[in-house]
Ligand binder design. Sequence first.
Ligand code: 13P
Ligand code: SF4
Length: 301
Amino acid sequence: MSTIDKIRELKKQRDAVILAHYYVDDEVQAIADYVGDSFYLSKVATTVEAETILFCGVSFMGESAKILNPEKTVIMPDMQADCPMAHMAESEKIEKMRREYEDLAVVCYINSTAELKTYADVCVTSSNAVKIVRALPNRHIYFIPDKNLGRYAASQVPEKHFIFNEGFCHVHTGILAEHVRTAKEAHPDAEILVHPECTPDVTALADYIGSTSGIIDFATASAAKEFIICTETGVLYELKQKNPQKRFYSAGHRQFCPDMKRISLEKVADALESMSNTIELEEETRLLALRPLERMLALGN
Ligand code: 13P
Ligand code: SF4
């Protein structure tokens, strides 16, 4: 039996649904029931009926699915697949900011551990950060953990005072402005599409800035025929599926998330067979992390 047939069989036996982020390998995206950006996947996680959610992504994604669905079994193909940025904020610093600013909202990118989310007032993803920050009643915003998404949101919501944290994504900050300029020289008609986890000198070169889904939708709707893609290259699978007649170029050599790429078809089959890589959270942590996620879902829709 092929691995794909085995996965199909096990999915039925386990009453499982497969969610996958755009950054996992093409063959994993191809077998998933739902593929999308972080916001879409967190919404899907609240509506699926299956008993088991298999999350092809990094651990904060599985944790968010579990926080939103405590009664479901959430499993991961690889428990080591973890986003380094998800850990890049400190509770002591958050508490210090709360003492310093009376009217403070702690805005936490969904790329964060469940533990960090317990300190947050609201979560955001790259597709809804601007909308949600703008809707908050607070004037002071402590944005954790990603300084680059925080800076991008601040540039769009100038009426708020932002305090930034030092977190970053090593994949997106590895895309350098000089790489983008070189790619543009080679493809002068190409539009430059940039994820907001990139540094400000790269977002400054963009024709469009948005989440993975935003980038895919923009390229699909655009009249342009060529695009320079400044995010993880996993998005190229969906971009090419939707736009076989258009051309896509990456800007650098390091647009590769080693954690997302840990997910393989074999690991998907193994996880469904053993049902051992389950996400478990203390109920107190889950309940505290649930509030900012639910607030995001309410404000983001
Ligand atoms: P989005 O899918 O929200 O664009 O997030 C990108 C990302 O880095 C996920 O880890
Ligand atoms: Fe984390 Fe960056 Fe990988 Fe996304 S691409 S999971 S932010 S390291």
